[in-house]
Write a protein of this length. Sequence first.
Length: 217
Amino acid sequence: MIPINPAARANVHLIDHPLVQHKLTLMRKKEASTNSFRRLLGELSSLMAYEVCRGMAVQDVEIETPLEVMNGKQIDGKKLVFVSILRAGNGILDGVLSVVPGARVGHIGLYRDPATLQAVEYYFKMPKNMEERDIVIVDPMLATGNSAVAAVTRLKACHPKSIKFLCLLTCPEGINALHQAHPDVAVFTAAIDRELNDHGYILPGLGDAGDRIFGTQ
Ligand code: URA
């Protein structure tokens, strides 16, 4: 078990709401079916979207209630892009889009080379005008950090306004690696687990997120 760099830990937002923690525990159970795992991931993703959007800019907008004119607040959902790291990131999209339906969606395909555990890119498709957008990268597991680091490096080349990283679970190794490469990227997660095993899986974790979402085990 390795320590978390204190500067890296300071940039991690642990979402400890009881509903989030309860649903995460149900998902971790090995007997959870594909159906319930996917449903719980959707519910958790929408709950976590509230936290990740907490710092979003709002504009004043003049509206009329049935009684009078007032200034309300409004966010520009279209400026937000959720970028899914394929394929497990897709399990988070429906939940976050249910909270911010106007957001755009990008996809980045990275696979882990089984020998080196390094990320190799095979797909990249983003909306236009990325320099005007705030990005939230979604991936259930921030494990070695290799995919996350590669995704952020690639997305920074598009010059977005900001980048955040939303995951379900992470571990000291993933937090330290992402912070070392990209100290400006805040991480939002429901849990910081103990450690990685030799195969790059988080312990105690929940197994292979992609297999559990799509029933491919
Ligand atoms: N990816 C997964 O799906 N699970 C882990 O534990 C680590 C990476």
